[in-house]
Design a protein around this ligand. Structure first.
Ligand code: CAA
Length: 304
């Protein structure tokens, strides 16, 4: 690897943050997992343990390798302590511009000079984030996909000022994690969400216009296009608030009305129907159940 990376600090221990810690620890890196409260860190450690046990049960990880991986993760609630020896920071906090800008100002202050600052943002401008630091050449997007231990892609995003040597390091590092990196430039939504979100939005408009019901739209896209999940189930999985916020970034950033979020999506978010995490979106989620049940709000969409 162009730059030697041994210690990685991950900021945020939610779904993406704990998945990123999981993958780095499994691949031999010292991982510092940082969050603002210890309760969130304990929950994240339990999730990582549960997900690694799945891999052990499937035979893709040995019990010894799991133990070693878990022992490589330390938890921190203090940012200065968490980053003081870091070679790389991957920020995976909530998708909120002001919060991320604030985190990057602090990272710039506390991280060693050589440290690369990566963000897992799904749509916020890397250039804008880099501009609040004194090292915009070392700021880069490292966009993992959910569930991180399973999904092969890392979208590597160059900000306006990102140094080519930093891109090379992050590209090679992603390969050592068993991922397939792809480099993109910093435009709204980058590549993944610029293409994914209009598809999800169109599925919601298709539902809104009564062209077909929830199950039909998802089944058509699953079986017809070999997608692992239909677009409405995927929207629930990502979070409808996240989908709405990414669509707004595309709509305002590119300025084309084709990205305008579906009214139904806006309404559902306003009603607190955020998908799997809130218990209901296009489907209703019951703890422990893997069966997909269409939300009763869409029952009238059925053809019979
Ligand atoms: N950690 C470790 N392993 C996991 C896991 C996790 N969190 N979640 C699932 N797995 C493993 C399972 O153990 C299973 O392993 P085997 O293949 O060895 O049996 C495998 O993944 C499949 O899981 P399941 O059998 O439970 O369920 P499934 O076959 O329905 O697959 C899924 C689940 C992988 C989530 C699949 O439905 C899928 O690929 N969905 C699409 C996901 C997707 O599109 N993600 C991108 C979202 S967009 C994004 O993340 C970025 C953004 O900016 C919005």
């Amino acid at each position: 690897m162009s730059q030697n990376i041994k210690t990685v600090t991950v900021i945020g221990s939610g779904t993406m943050g704990n998945g990123i810690c999981h993958v780095f620890a499994q691949n031999g890196f010292d991982v510092h997992m940082m969050d603002i409260n210890q309760g969130a860190l304990d929950k994240a450690l339990a999730t990582i343990g549960k997900n690694m046990e799945r891999q052990v049960a499937k035979g893709s990880l040995t019990a010894e390798a799991m133990q070693l991986a878990v022992s490589r993760i330390s938890t921190f609630t203090d940012m200065a302590q968490a980053v003081k020896n870091a070679d790389l920071v991957v920020e995976a906090a909530t998708e909120n511009v002001d919060l991320k800008l604030n985190i990057f100002r602090q990272l710039d202050e506390h991280c060693p000079a050589h440290c690369i600052l990566a963000t897992n943002t799904s749509s916020i401008s890397i250039t804008r984030i880099g501009a609040v630091t004194k090292r915009p050449d070392k700021v880069i997007g490292m966009h993992f996909m959910n569930p991180v231990p399973v999904m092969k892609l890392v979208e590597v995003i160059n900000g306006y000022a990102t140094d080519a040597a930093v891109t090379k390091t992050v590209y090679e590092l992603s390969g050592t994690l068993g991922k397939v990196p792809c480099v993109a430039n910093d435009y709204p939504g980058f590549v993944a969400n610029r293409i994914l979100m209009p598809m999800i939005n169109e599925a919601i408009i298709t539902l809104q216009e009564g062209v077909a019901g929830v199950s039909e739209i998802d089944t058509i896209m699953k079986l017809g296009m070999a997608h692992p999940m239909g677009p409405l189930q995927l929207a629930d999985f990502i979070g409808l608030d996240t989908c709405l916020s990414i669509l707004n970034v595309l709509y305002t950033g590119i300025g084309n009305p084709k990205y305008a979020p579906a009214t139904l999506l806006v309404n559902m978010v306003q009603a607190g129907r955020l998908g799997a995490k809130s218990g209901e979106g296009f489907y209703k989620y019951t703890a422990g159940s893997k069966d997909l049940v269409v939300s009763s709000s869409f029952a009238t969409m059925q053809w019979n």
